[in-house]
Design a protein around this ligand. Sequence first.
Ligand SMILES: Cc1cc2nc3c(=O)[nH]c(=O)nc-3n(C[C@H](O)[C@H](O)[C@H](O)COP(=O)(O)O)c2cc1C
Length: 197
Amino acid sequence: MSDRMVLTDGANPVLRAIRTRRVVRAMTDQPVERTQLEAVLDAARYAPSAGNRHLHRFVVTDDPAILRVLRMVSPGMVQRPTAAVTICIDHPLAADYGFGPGSTGLFVDVGTIAATMLLAAHAVGLAAGPVTSFSRAAVGVVLRLPEGWSPELLVCLGHPAPDQPPPMGRRPLLSWRDLTRWVATGPADAGAADRPG
Ligand SMILES: Cc1cc2nc3c(=O)[nH]c(=O)nc-3n(C[C@H](O)[C@H](O)[C@H](O)COP(=O)(O)O)c2cc1C
């Protein structure tokens, strides 16, 4: 296989997983296997974290009654997951490392963990969707979070239903060129431009 094929034609399993992962907003009532759940959690510990400090903790439930209540306090949870992982910032631990509650790295880490979990779920054959629209206070109570842990993002997990709602926003997929600006080289007044070729 040539290097070019590995980079471009979908033969690379990592790139293929990145391209084919989609948020799933309709799930069946089939439970998530414990081994699948553990694979997602295990992958999450490899997510990049600011200073390699790992100041986040994951709170997991596959209890149908808890999931039902979680959904009631989470307007962004369109799907009915059969498991959910809540990514929490452990603020007392973060404070020990000198990170205040507004530290950017803490929130960037939530994103790197969420992205890693979503891809891992996809890789092990699970449907997944992130949710940030929820009542922080209510989720804290429902999950019996320890003092100082703030719930930041829920990763819903389950199995995909045959019929899915249309994707959110429905904007055409942007190309990488639409999203990218190359830094101009040469005279300062040349401005940034698309790199030719
Ligand atoms: C920070 C963040 C918060 C999100 N919150 C929600 C949410 O509350 N509910 C939801 O259904 N999707 C949520 N999403 C999923 C996005 O809507 C989804 O990624 C986007 O529509 C693109 O779809 P795709 O990931 O399938 O390509 C969230 C995504 C991110 C990155």
